[in-house]
Design a protein around this ligand. Structure first.
Ligand SMILES: O=C1O[C@H]([C@@H](O)CO)C(O)=C1O
Length: 559
């Protein structure tokens, strides 16, 4: 049966994914990784706007559930296919198959990843690239393209990481061992050892960790698609001698802006254009370093390989100079430059509701958590989509979290009272209303520390209508950018700063809105937004066969 209205115009694209543990050596050190069809990272999905994607996911993890989230795809009419465990569906049990079926409505650079526990950090991810529909053209020219999916990698299993995060004393996951490019990196050695003096060259020959090489012809324009599915790290990417023109962010076109390097936060994607008009007897470095946290992870390197040079000819130039990790004004100036391409729909001029969300690090019974307006997100055994859709049948009553936080909260200091509580953090939005969310950053539990948090919204793109430092003031509403705010699905809040987003609650469903840093979400840094739930047609039984909705299905009550 088709879950999609007859409006689908494109082709049906079928994929089969078998998810399981594999031995793999992402950074040349062999570990257990969650792979798809025996490989890491998962296959790149490629389709056209208007196509229907059908992915049959078989769970071959021996003893744990799994789901896959299609990051950046809005799931209009298919909220049960969003792939968020306990929110949009029941986790798929071992040996079971779940079919994700949904329409790809918009061209862009996307990715998919696990959204249960910390399975993304265990390696469950891959690229999802949507081309323009037949007969339509991109608003810029390029001769060829390459795809870079960025991630970070720990040698400790995600089980050990999760246990540490929920222990007293708290054991933080620390910085990653390696930054990966398309699932490949080098641990404790560098391709650039001949230039760096203090590093070891990489002698290991293992195709699983061989360097990423982007082959290019001289004097052409290339589109590089760059997406970050890191668990923790904020990244900066630069290409030796080449500037980049940013043209797409999170599946939306932006006003072209030329830069020497880009910052990319977990959950974001960009397309940049580069011109291969440099000295063609040389290859060039693509280098990726960590931002916003004291860097303890080696710079990741890939090679821009000008034809006909050998791909193993290492560049002789020094690595591109990138900004200092804590130069936040540099990062802000990049992020603030990303604006909508001319012709992008503008936001409504007024919102119907403003929700201010204070991000704090807190404690519950001595355990370190992250909280939003003093509530740390916990997920239930019955997925919210089912509870809310069939609430009256299963006796579900959601609590109401607050739309604001105390006026006198000092965001520059550690919390005066660090204690918070657990909750479901569900914000019910009026269908078709315009909603503003102000994300307010603050100081952590220790003095003089505030961290970067990239927030990702499911089911929507939003306009980023403002950013600022310090505490958001009501009068700043008059300064919102309603002229050319970028449409995105992920927005970063800088240390001690705030960001304002606006969107229309026009997609019936229950949508996660959370910090995309995996351990932060695990520690409760998120909320749930719901809208138009009574407009949702019958949810496929397979998505709801757990918790109270399983009981409802067994009792065979009409629904
Ligand atoms: O959530 C976090 O916890 C640690 C630190 O704040 C406490 O150890 C850290 O760097 C985080 O991002």
């Amino acid at each position: 049966a088709s879950f999609i209205d007859g409006s689908a115009t494109g082709k049906v694209r079928n994929y089969r994914f078998e998810v399981g543990y594999i031995y793999w050596s992402p950074d040349c050190a062999e570990k257990m990784v969650i792979g798809i069809n025996g490989r890491f990272p998962g296959p790149t999905i490629r389709a056209k706007a208007g196509d229907t994607l059908v992915v049959e996911v078989k769970n071959s993890l021996p003893t744990e559930g799994v789901v896959i989230h299609w990051h950046g795809i809005r799931q209009f009419g298919t909220p049960w296919a969003d792939g968020t465990a306990s929110i949009s569906q029941c986790a798929i049990n071992p040996d079971q198959t779940f079919v994700y079926r949904f329409q790809l409505d918009k061209a862009g650079t996307y990715f998919y990843h696990g959204h249960y526990g910390m399975q993304r950090a265990a390696g469950l991810y891959g690229s999802l690239i949507v081309d323009k529909a037949d007969g339509e053209e991109e608003p810029f020219h390029y001769d060829g393209e390459h795809n870079l999916l960025l991630s970070d990698w720990w040698h400790e299993s995600v089980y050990a990481q999760m246990l540490g995060l929920s222990s007293i004393p708290f054991r933080w996951v620390g910085e990653p061992q390696t930054i990966l490019i398309n699932g490949r990196g080098k641990y404790k050695c560098s391709l650039a050892a001949h230039l760096l003096g203090d590093s070891f060259s990489c002698r290991i020959r293992n195709s699983q960790c061989s360097p990423v090489v982007l082959r290019v012809l001289p004097n052409k324009t290339y589109r590089l698609r760059i997406a970050s599915t890191t668990s923790l790290s904020s990244l900066n990417l630069a290409i030796g001698n080449h500037s980049m023109t940013v043209v797409e962010a999170d599946g939306n076109y932006v006003e072209p802006v030329t830069v020497s390097d880009i910052d990319i936060y977990s959950g974001e994607s960009y397309s940049v254009l580069i011109t291969t008009d440099k000295n063609s007897s040389s290859n060039y470095w693509i280098s990726i370093g960590v931002r916003g946290r004291v860097p303890k992870t080696q710079t990741a390197l890939a090679i821009l390989n000008y034809h006909p040079n050998s791909p193993s000819k290492l560049p002789s130039q020094m690595l591109p100079i990138t900004p200092k990790w804590d130069d936040y004004s540099y990062s802000k100036s990049f992020t603030y430059k990303i604006l909508a391409m001319h012709g992008t729909p503008r936001p409504p001029t007024k919102s119907d509701r403003q929700i201010a969300l204070l991000n704090t690090q807190t404690k519950i019974d001595g355990y370190i958590k992250w909280s939003i307006n003093n509530i740390s997100l916990v997920l239930p055994s019955t997925p919210h989509l089912g509870s809310m859709r069939y609430g009256s049948k299963i006796g579900f009553d959601s609590e109401k979290p607050l739309d604001k936080f105390p006026d006198d909260y000092d965001v520059m200091q550690p919390p005066v009272n660090p204690n918070s509580r657990k909750g479901s953090n569900i914000y019910k939005l009026e269908f078709n209303s315009t909603v503003d969310i102000i994300l307010q950053n603050a100081n952590t539990l220790s003095g003089n520390v505030s961290e970067i948090h990239p927030w990702h919204l499911h089911g929507h793109d939003f306009w980023v209508i403002g950013y600022g430092d310090g505490k958001f003031k009501a009068t700043q509403v008059t300064k919102f950018n309603l002229r050319n705010p970028p449409l995105r699905n992920t927005v970063v809040i800088f240390p001690y700063g705030w960001a304002a987003i606006r969107f229309i609650a026009n997609n019936p469903g229950v949508w996660a809105f959370h910090c995309h840093i995996e351990p932060h979400l695990h520690l409760g840094m998120g909320t749930i937004l719901s809208e138009g739930v009574d407009l949702i047609r019958k949810i496929p039984n397979e998505a709801m066969a757990c918790g109270s909705t399983a009981q409802m299905l067994m009792n065979n009550k009409p629904h």
